[in-house]
Ligand binder design. Structure first.
Ligand SMILES: O=C(O)c1cccc(C(=O)CC[C@H]2O[C@@H](n3cnc4c(=O)[nH]cnc43)[C@H](O)[C@@H]2O)c1
Length: 217
């Protein structure tokens, strides 16, 4: 299996690579912050690999994330059972309307590939498994945290790329899973308190389980 691992920034890609055995045939690329960069960067890399006759056969989105308090603590590893477009939709007087509510045909939720999910769970038995939200604005107040949880009560973490990378994988007909490590609690913004080093170390520790996916399929 030829896996494409996409991250947002180089520090995340470096953290993944640092945890992989040198022999593992896996491509790790930083494609930019946000769902648009993730979708475009993932789609381009998938297309180039296919055109070169070395198509990727699965996509993993890896990186740091915010964790909902009481569900995913700073330093924890989170495996996405699904990646959710949490703020893509429309406002109305009755509340937020999701992509599903609007009926455009693009689903709000991309479910992780069952085999990739099971393999990652096996390799990371202490990981939290659940819904990871994709947002275009980092949540930074108690009010918006509560609104997000009212909208997606099962969510465990939020980041900014999963849904975009998942959509690119789905367009290519490829299995997908999102893997995150928690750098900060979701809530009132205290950027100085983000424990990015701890999250990147956790990403390095989780990387062997990603590398093992190459043998799993
Ligand atoms: O400043 C650094 O050294 C540094 C190192 C690695 C990564 C970063 C980023 O800022 C990555 C941006 C990335 O972080 C995700 N993220 C993390 N926490 C949250 C959150 O609470 N809400 C939404 N996204 C979060 C996100 O996926 C961004 O792409 C900096």
């Amino acid at each position: 299996m030829s896996i494409l691992v996409v991250t947002a920034v180089a520090a995340e890609a470096d953290a993944v690579v640092a945890g992989l055995p040198t022999s593992v045939g896996l491509t790790v690329a930083a494609v930019g912050v946000g769902p648009v960069a993730a979708a475009a960067g993932t789609a381009r890399r998938l297309a180039l690999a296919e055109a070169a006759g070395r198509p990727h056969t699965a996509v993993v989105n890896a990186g740091i994330a915010g964790g909902f308090v009481g569900r995913a603590a700073v330093g924890a590893t989170v495996i996405g059972a699904s990646s959710v477009a949490a703020d893509l939709g429309a406002e109305s007087e009755e509340g937020f309307l999701s992509l599903d509510d609007l009926g455009f045909g693009t689903p709000t939720v991309v479910t992780a590939d069952p085999a990739l999910l099971a393999a990652l769970r096996g390799g990371l038995p202490d990981a939290v498994v659940g819904e990871i939200l994709t947002v275009t604005t980092v949540t930074g107040t108690d009010a918006s945290t509560a609104a997000l949880l009212a909208r997606r009560p099962e969510a465990v973490a939020e980041a900014m790329e999963g849904f975009g990378a998942a959509h690119a994988a789905a367009e290519a007909g490829l299995p997908f899973v999102e893997l995150r490590t928690i750098s900060n609690p979701i809530g009132p913004r205290h950027r100085d308190g983000w424990q990015i080093g701890a999250a990147l170390s956790a990403l390095t520790a989780a990387a062997p389980a990603v590398g093992a996916l190459t043998a799993a399929r």
